[in-house]
Design a protein around this ligand. Structure first.
Ligand SMILES: [Mn+2]
Length: 475
């Protein structure tokens, strides 16, 4: 065994020590307050924690909070668990109460040192303490699953996969890495998750193949937004659009042979569309691991991890976090129609926002950046809209949307998206946006190809100006 493996084992062992301490704390307490984030990872983490506490019959509440609310949190239960946030915030008000213990399960960069103590006991578990990058090695829900594992609740492992995929932990390499692979092998062993190498077309189970293809990729190709072209393309490859019974086929219906023909043709087509320096990354854009929940029915949005995460996000972005949690915890029957309506409304809202921006021609093109003012677009979806617009504009530049937020300190929610190809070339927009937003009196950050910020009202133009001048697309 080499030394990096040894230190990996040591790190995992130390985490295990803390996780077992956390488990004992839970078994010792009367009641628990859970605070978790509002996104897919946070909602899933809350669902895992709530499932643990249900099973050991401990009274608890699950509360969904935004990052800017964390520092004001209080609790009147014996134990507070914070998941998918907390690491980057001052939680001393919560921890000063000696009757309350706190467990933080977060994968964001921590501001406290490992082992920091307050009047009340604090157990903080975070991969960054061990030199593991929390943006791809494990999610908030993944850490919650590791806690569930100390109770031997291995059957919850699929939720750890859902949260990792929802958190885009696999987005750069097309597969899960780090501690996520431990969760994956648990899930495979219990039989709740299957993974295969597959085409990275979104909508494996719910979008007709020719439709999925028309939305494919974050670069513009002749198939982009052109369903007729997609049908023609598939027919030429001898991949039937419909089966013998006349029903439309989905990606999950294709044979391995059909998939590999599709892969090679997409590879050829995309190679023609991108500058030389990007060619080597194209296979990673087209194929990667897909994760499937074996106990879910095919042709539903719950079968594939990435489609499932869209459902949970639709709940979160419409303020219905508890609905998302009910879905994950399996109480789906009573809420099926409500959920269906919510997801449909969400998709309609996105489509309307998209066409409004396209019809009004409101995307401004600068040297290194394209941006739009998403008037009346909900802050929670401005990033999704930006991502959807990308393939209609210049995919070689990032696209940024911003929308107004009222409140005590009026400002703008900014979201930026770009092709993964830019990320592969080494540009990290999350870091860039973090630096520039703080220069403009705001705050932000995120992934290399998907990130966001809050910018005070008066500084938005300065922010756009600085960002455009700081982006170097010729790296
Ligand atoms: Mn997360």
């Amino acid at each position: 065994m080499n030394s990096s493996n040894t230190s990996m084992d040591e790190s995992r062992n130390h985490m295990e020590l803390l996780l077992k301490k956390a488990r004992d704390k839970i078994l010792d307490c009367e009641d628990v307050t859970i605070y978790t984030h509002t996104d897919c990872d946070g909602i899933t983490a809350g669902s895992i924690l709530s499932s643990i506490l249900d099973r050991v019959e401990i009274e608890h509440s699950v509360n969904f909070v935004e990052i800017n609310e964390v520092e004001e949190l209080t609790s009147d239960t014996d134990l507070t668990i914070i998941s998918d946030l907390g690491a980057g915030q001052d939680i001393s008000p919560l921890c000063e109460n000696s009757y309350n213990s706190t467990i933080i399960l977060d994968h964001h960069p921590p501001i406290r040192r490992l082992g920091t103590q307050y009047n009340g006991e604090l157990i903080e578990i975070n991969p960054n303490y061990y030199g593991m990058d929390g943006s791809y090695t494990i999610s908030g829900g993944g850490l919650s699953y590791l806690l569930a594992k100390t109770f031997h609740f291995y059957d919850l492992s699929w939720m750890g996969i859902l949260s990792a995929v929802g958190d885009m932990q696999n987005s750069m390499t097309g597969k899960l890495r780090g501690l996520n692979t431990e969760i994956l092998s648990d899930a495979v062993e219990v039989g709740c998750v299957n993974y295969i190498n597959d085409l990275l077309l979104y909508g494996r189970n719910t979008r007709p193949l020719f439709v999925a293809l028309s939305y494919f990729g974050d670069i513009h190709i002749p198939l982009t937004n052109n369903r007729n072209e997609c049908i023609y393309f598939l027919e030429n490859l001898d991949i039937p659009v419909k089966n013998e019974l006349g029903s439309v086929r989905y990606l999950c219906d294709l044979s391995m042979d059909e998939k590999s023909r599709l892969f090679s043709e997409l590879l050829k087509m995309m190679t023609r569309e991108v500058p030389e320096k990007y060619v080597k990354y194209i296979p990673k854009l087209i194929s990667g691991e897909s994760y499937e929940f074996t106990f879910e029915e095919e042709y539903t949005p719950f079968r594939d991890a990435s489609e499932y995460s869209t459902v949970v996000n639709a709940c979160g972005r419409n303020g219905r976090h508890e609905l998302g949690m009910e879905v994950i915890k399996g109480n789906r029957h009573s809420i099926a129609s409500e959920l269906d309506g919510l997801v449909k409304d969400h998709k309609r809202y996105l489509a309307q926002s998209l066409s409004r921006i396209q019809e009004s021609n409101s995307v401004e093109i600068l040297d290194n950046l394209q941006y739009f003012y998403g008037e009346n677009i909900k802050p929670s979806v401005v990033g999704t809209v930006a991502g959807m617009l990308l393939s209609n504009y210049d995919w070689q530049k990032p696209i940024m949307g911003y929308t107004h937020i009222d409140g005590d300190e009026p400002g703008y929610k900014v979201s930026l998206r770009c092709s993964k190809l830019l990320g592969y070339e080494g540009i990290h927009f999350g870091n860039l946006v973090r630096d520039i937003s703080s220069k403009c009196g705001g705050s932000g950050g995120g992934h290399s190809v998907a990130c966001g910020a809050y910018i005070p009202e008066d500084n938005i133009h300065e922010f756009i100006h600085l960002l455009n001048h700081s982006i170097d697309l010729n790296v």
